[in-house]
Write a protein that binds this ligand. Sequence first.
Ligand SMILES: N[C@@H](CCC(=O)N[C@@H](CS)C(=O)NCC(=O)O)C(=O)O
Length: 194
Amino acid sequence: MKLYYSPGACSLAAHIALHETGTSFDSERVDLTTKTTSSGADFEAITIKGYVPALVLDDGALVTENIAILDYLAGIYPQFALEGPLGRTRLLEALAYISTEIHKSYKPFWHDGSDSQKAIASAYITKRLQYLADRVAGAYLLGDRPSVADFYLFVTLLWATRFGVTIPSALVPVYATLRARPAVQATLAAEGLQ
Ligand SMILES: N[C@@H](CCC(=O)N[C@@H](CS)C(=O)NCC(=O)O)C(=O)O
């Protein structure tokens, strides 16, 4: 498996998940401005979408989109999935919420929004995080062990610290617990983020 990522981008979620599995995997950094990988390859020839994350499986199949990649990884590494008849549904529900309601709301911070756009986005993100904060089910978002949704949530909380977005108090210990995990530390180091 090979993950294409950009340091500190949303691809950090899949990068953490791969480190958490302890499996061996390849990774390559992408310059999102030039759409070139660190080995000089044309990233748009790998995925015409031109954005990270992109995961190339051992048989050459390409998987894109955070939700699909994290769902795929939870499928093959069930320690990061949810149990029960509605387990996958609940996981997808959380991933979709984090992607569409939280991740995407950071757009003004990443794409040179105005101060007022950033203020509106910041309030919206905190409100959407509050929904999750009100439902924290243990040491992690969905229980007492981490799921792939935690790794995606972690990225959005890391961005919150970077952009000055208020993190609801119930998510602060979840963020700290995730951040202290050796695989998270290793991933941050691998991406040059600490
Ligand atoms: N729909 C995609 C969006 C991924 C995305 O927003 N990637 C950003 C980094 S966080 C990116 O690569 N942006 C560069 C670009 O769009 O040119 C997903 O959910 O995986």
